[in-house]
Structure formats: structure tokens, C-alpha cells
Design a protein around this ligand. Structure first.
Ligand SMILES: [Mn+2]
Length: 287
């Protein structure tokens, strides 16, 4: 069996104009990359960047430290795969051809250490919202992306920032209004093609065992500083304080969304669901 570990992290939402808090997040990310040195591969399961759009002859500035950190890891022999998130779906040839990262805009199936993994950011597969899925089809259409590139990059990035902060404000209002924890509808995603499903997007950290599957949601690199590791065929949900969050067998993964990793206080950065209280493992194992 391949002995080198595989790492997974998602939803760091790095921004091009770092303030002190952002620089601290970057510092912790570099410590994580050092920890991952020697791994076979690092999967970044979407939303590495709060926004990313390349032009034919221009790539975004402001992410240089992150890109160089990942490039160093890759040059030392660790493959780096970037999945598209809903904030940075538009990964392009600057990242693949010049930086040397592998791109998987729509997620992928992978085999490592005898495990069959489905790795998926989750914004599409977890969404039951037709409006969102339609919007997503539109904004990912080559015609739309081509049109966006007709604007000056400074304008496009400004507009993306406005959209992101409007969605954050709306999320904060929902949170204050006490929106109930949502159910995730994970079961319908489970197929025979894989035995572990690895998700980002929700900014929740949990690790379920359900029938023959593992379902692991990575948390984020904004408040939870969490990641996953596959070693010896075993998946672990961890955080950068050394915490390991053991998998729990659940009788039904479609209950209210769980969060096993305490976030720092403050709004979630993504316009994504706020954390809800963790669920306890089902009392009996019926599978
Ligand atoms: Mn996302």
C-alpha cells in the first residue's frame, strides 16, 4: 500500500487584500503545508480563494504567497489538486500550466491506499435549490465567463467582492433570526462508485460512518482550521491544534447538519449555513 499520506483541506477563502487576521490565517496555512510535506498529494476541496478569475494575459495578484507555498510543496514531490468551489470555480491554465497544479473544477473520483474516494466541493451536490443551480449553470457558462472577462479586472474583482459581502450580510441576518439547522440530504449522494465522500463548502467539520461509507466534511480554514488526512487507508478529521475528531457511526446522515469542531466566534465567511449544534452519534449501530 502507498505509504505516503494524502491531505485534504477546503474553504480557506483567501483574499487578495490581507489584513492582520488574514495574515494569521496564511501563517497557519503555511504551518499546515509544512505538516503536509512528504505527502503524496494535497487536495484543496474548493474555495481556496474568495474569488479567482484569470484572463488570457493576466492572472490575479494578491495570492502570491499562497501560490508559492503550494508550488514549493509540489516541487518537493507532493501533487496538488485544486477543486473548483463556488467562489473560485474559474480555475484556469495559469494554475495548471504555469503553477503545475492539477485542476478538478467539478470534483473527482480518486483511488488511494485501497480506498475509493469521491471528492466534491459540495455546493452543487448538496444544494436542493433550483434557483442556485440555475445561477450556477449561468455563471459557469463559457459565454458568461467570456463576458465577465470583457470588464477591467479591477472592476470584476470589485464586483465579486460586493457580491460576497452582500451574501455574508444576508447570512448574518439569517443567523440572528435563528434559522434552524438544515438537513443535508447526504444519503442520495452515496453510490457504489466510492466508499468515502469528502466534502467542503458547508464550513462544518464532521466525519460519519454510515453503512459501508464514510462521509467527511472538512470544516474550513477560516474559523475551524481543520483538515483531513488519509494514512494507511484510514481517514481522520483533524485540526491544526492537534485535535483529532474520531468518526462516529450514524443511523441516518440526513439529520440536522453537525459541527464537531468549535469555530471561533464571528460570522461565517461564505454566506454558507452557520454552524449548528453537533448531533450525537446514534445510540445503536443498526448497520
Ligand atoms: Mn463553497
Amino acid at each position: 500500500m502507498e505509504s505516503r499520506p494524502i491531505y485534504f483541506v477546503s474553504d480557506s477563502h483567501f483574499r487578495p487584500h490581507p489584513d492582520a487576521a488574514e495574515r494569521e490565517r496564511v501563517r497557519r496555512f503555511f504551518a499546515f503545508l509544512e505538516h503536509a510535506a512528504g505527502a503524496k498529494r494535497l487536495y484543496i476541496v474548493g474555495d481556496l480563494f474568495d474569488f479567482w478569475l484569470e484572463y488570457r494575459s493576466v492572472a490575479p495578484r494578491g495570492y502570491t504567497d499562497i501560490l508559492l507555498g503550494l508550488r514549493r510543496l509540489r516541487d518537493a514531490g507532493t501533487g496538488v489538486t485544486l477543486l473548483g468551489g463556488n467562489h473560485d470555480y474559474w480555475l484556469g491554465s495559469f494554475l495548471s500550466d504555469e503553477m503545475g497544479f492539477d485542476l478538478a473544477p467539478d470534483g473527482l473520483l480518486a483511488e488511494h491506499q485501497g480506498r475509493r474516494l469521491r471528492i466534491d466541493h459540495g455546493d452543487e451536490s448538496l444544494s436542493g435549490d433550483r434557483g442556485y443551480l440555475t445561477l450556477k449553470t449561468v455563471i459557469r457558462h463559457p459565454l458568461f465567463v467570456g463576458a465577465a472577462r470583457l470588464f477591467h479586472p479591477d472592476f470584476t474583482f470589485w464586483a465579486a467582492r460586493q457580491l460576497a459581502s452582500a451574501s455574508r450580510r444576508q447570512e448574518e441576518r439569517h443567523r440572528r433570526a435563528g434559522r434552524p439547522p438544515r438537513s443535508l440530504r447526504l444519503r442520495r449522494l452515496l453510490t457504489e462508485d466510492f466508499d468515502a465522500l469528502i466534502l467542503g463548502h458547508l464550513h462544518l467539520g464532521f466525519h460519519y460512518l454510515y453503512r459501508g461509507w464514510e462521509i467527511l466534511c472538512l470544516g474550513d480554514w477560516v474559523e475551524r482550521f481543520s483538515y483531513a488526512r488519509l494514512v494507511g487507508g484510514r481517514l481522520e478529521l483533524r485540526d491544526d491544534r492537534g485535535g483529532v475528531h474520531p468518526a462516529r457511526r450514524v443511523a441516518d446522515p440526513d439529520g440536522p447538519a453537525a459541527d464537531w469542531i468549535a469555530p471561533a466566534s464571528g460570522p461565517t465567511p461564505d454566506g454558507d449555513p452557520p454552524p449548528s449544534p453537533g448531533v450525537e452519534a446514534a445510540p445503536t449501530d443498526r448497520e
